[in-house]
Write a protein that binds this ligand. Structure first.
Ligand code: ADP
Ligand code: MG
Length: 333
């Protein structure tokens, strides 16, 4: 039986009671190419709407900075100038690129924002009918490699030294945006809320009434029925799953996450859910676990303090890191 994880989030709708000082306000919209669900706790609807507007503005701002689809973004400029010259970028983008390279070092290259040139070889939208030519796959690796990205800290410039080399934030950008939106809301005085970018979420504070926010772990064969609810107390929870974007050749299922060192997509994991203090790290690590595989991935996460993972492998087996105790969480029917 195949189990897959689907994170949904629970919020208690406003009760409307006069005795209840704060209520939760919610908005769902498409940003960064995915669905964002925003929840804030506020004193009244007007304040709630103002906070939600702030979060939407922040996520849109980040999208304009990091999107590689938007030709006007600084990221696109860095990609256009590959093999030509360095590009001076905002300190914020420079910081994100530096931290992404740090995660590449931590994961021994399983995570690599320069994977992006391989997007020309693999398509996970149902249009591929045959395995790409091995020579083409091998050649795609030539333009990949975080070690080659040239950073200049003083002028915060970025240079991709090989023509055709590209960076992309598909595996870290949503997590970063969730962290930034949360930080802005907290600074603005919002005591509790959830920023959920299609399963990449960060939550802080408590629900009205004092309960922890919960994430549901569901059986995809019956998504309406959660088999466990886990509390998220000031943490981020991010799921990478292959159930929406994958291709199957000769009975092997290839995920939309590519091993930057070989050029081949990851196999063997159906979903990886990472718990970490920040969504940016959780996002990047969830992607990395796919590339590492179950055994190495678990071993890796068990060495990181404050980070946990739940993996579901291709055979439907559930694997958890040392800090996860599914026996002790409430089971619901
Ligand atoms: P999702 O939230 O879509 O399940 P992830 O956060 O795991 O996905 O990111 C997957 C995306 O990251 C891919 O669609 C691609 O854009 C990019 N990507 C693929 N492989 C890697 C990799 N090894 N390192 C960094 N980014 C990757
Ligand atoms: Mg990711």
């Amino acid at each position: 039986m195949t189990f897959r994880l689907l994170l949904i989030f629970a919020w208690i709708a406003s009760t409307g009671l006069a005795a209840q000082p704060d209520s939760s306000y919610h908005r769902a919209l498409k940003l960064m190419g995915c669905r964002f669900d925003l929840t804030v706790i506020a004193a009244d609807a007007k304040a709630g709407a103002r906070y939600l507007d702030l979060a939407v503005g922040e996520i849109s701002r980040i999208e304009r900075l990091i999107s590689s689809w938007d030709s006007a973004s600084q990221t696109s400029e860095v990609n256009r100038m590959a093999g030509i010259r360095a590009v001076v970028v905002d300190p914020e983008l420079y910081g994100l690129i530096s931290r992404a390279i740090g995660i590449s070092q931590l994961t021994d290259g399983a995570f690599d924002i320069s994977y992006a040139s391989m997007d020309k070889v693999w398509h996970f939208d149902g249009t591929m009918t045959a395995m790409p030519d091995p020579a083409v796959i091998a050649a795609s690796v030539d333009r990949v490699g975080y070690r080659r990205i040239v950073l200049n800290e003083e002028e915060h410039s970025v240079y991709l030294p090989v023509a055709g080399m590209k960076i992309g934030f598909g595996a870290i950008g949503k997590g970063y945006a969730a962290d930034r939106a949360r930080a802005l809301l907290e600074q603005s005085g919002v005591k509790a809320g959830i920023v959920n970018a299609s399963g990449d979420l960060t939550a802080w504070g408590k629900q009205p009434g004092g309960k922890d926010w919960l994430v549901a772990i569901t059986n995809p064969l019956n998504r309406a029925k959660a088999f466990a609810w886990l509390p998220v107390d000031n943490r981020a929870v991010v799921t990478s799953g292959d159930y929406e974007k994958y291709v199957t050749f000769d009975g092997t299922r290839y995920a939309h996450i590519i091993d930057p060192r070989t050029g081949y997509p990851a196999t063997g994991i159906v979903s990886a859910t990472v718990f970490a203090p920040k969504a940016e790290l959780a996002d990047a690590l969830a992607t990395s676990i796919f590339v590492m595989g179950t055994e190495i991935g678990l071993d890796f996460i068990n060495q990181l303090p404050g980070v946990d993972v739940i993996i579901i492998d291709g055979a439907g087996q559930l694997h958890t890191s040392a800090g996860i105790d599914l026996q002790n969480v409430s089971q619901h029917d």
